[in-house]
Design a protein around this ligand. Sequence first.
Ligand SMILES: *Cc1c(COP(=O)(O)O)cnc(C)c1O
Length: 471
Amino acid sequence: MPGQANGFDTQTEYRKLPAVDALLQDSAVAVLIDRYGPGAATAAIRTVLNAARQLIAAGNPAPQPDEWPARLAAWLEQAHRPTLRPVLNATGVIIHTNLGRAPLSQAAFDAMLSVAQGYSNLEYDLEQGARGSRYDHARSLLGQLTGAEDALVVNNNAAAIFLALSALCQGRQVLISRGQLVEIGGGFRIPDVLRQSGAQLVEVGTTNRTHLRDFAEAITPQTAAIMRVHSSNFRQIGFVTLPELNELAQLVQRHNQQQPEHPLMLIDDLGSGTLLDTAPYGLAPEPTVPGSLTAGADLVTFSGDKLLGGPQAGLLLGRNELISRARRHPLARALRVDKLTLAALDATLRSYQRGRATEEIPVWRMISVAVDELGARVLGWQNALRAHGVEGHIMPGESAIGGGSLPGETLPTVLLTIAHPQPDQAAAALRHGHPPAVCRIQHDHLCFDPRTILPEQDETLLAAIIAAFNN
Ligand SMILES: *Cc1c(COP(=O)(O)O)cnc(C)c1O
């Protein structure tokens, strides 16, 4: 008989649905109106009522009268959740490009907070009581830490490269080895950036071998620069040759002595641009910023949120005359950073200045943590989970640096692995948690690497795992 399914009379069920106005008068709903506003609450009521109508049409009973506030609260909570949210990174990839790259230090966070809520001397000279420059803030600290004459901070490393080429090489030639015409990620290709900047790319050498003489022979009166791009996200092995940076610097120097009317510069895109030596941690030596400047680069560019461990930023360091020209270029204004970035960058650099980077900067805490310590934490995880009926196993594994830093290089770690008949579903449940957690899947096991979970996040991760596995 129409209108009846599963023993329910759908018309009767429809009549049980409350009116919008009635719900708006409900005292429990008043709390929601207070929190989310009357417009959002009314929209939620309409949506939730519509969903109930559809369920009734499909043969289900109407919700109980006392269920409405909870249904509305759940809908509003979901709809008003920020799209950008914190995530637990249990992948073991330290500089995870998809998960926001470098987590900030407590000092960086405090510094951002202190300038965020009020006014600041962003562009104000407190000595003179007159206009100052935002570019002065990180300048001297970067000079002290790297030996650079001058420094400019822009939005990211891509912006730093684009600005350097636009301000200093427009309409002229830039020599790059064919082995370094790379794509960095997200479609950012060095040849495209060069073209956009108005500089003319001159390819030198071959994919696997470029000699110093290839550069020497390519120099013309139109050449503005030789550029080196660090192979930060791939590695060439086998029959490979590239001139060292100091050899390129000597070539540039000799040229500039012989033809001072056509001076050349050497630009080094370091990518990660570390201030600390990576070798003591069992990693391949990543070129350092001071090392590049000492070797003779005139301009060095690198990211703020890779191995530096600070906020997203592009750092342009080098000779004062070149940096000044970049600073005066109209693009500098378009690519400039805000006060929060400058505050976080300053605080991050001060950890290096105090010699406390490996204790204070999360990326370096994660790189330098002892395997024994990771093992002890994972053992604690295993016990805590067992008490909630989740059985994990402990096994050795490898963490990665990630973020286009030190490709192929790994650090030994200790993993907690949990077997699951449907590991993809379990991983999805973890991603839907509050907060979401992201892990790796290997051989039907979910793998959790403690290296990228800060010790202060242990409890939160365990709660997330328990919630996901006990549902
Ligand atoms: C990561 C990287 C870039 C881009 O840096 P962003 O800060 O992401 O803009 C450019 N060059 C190299 C070599 C890189 O590794």
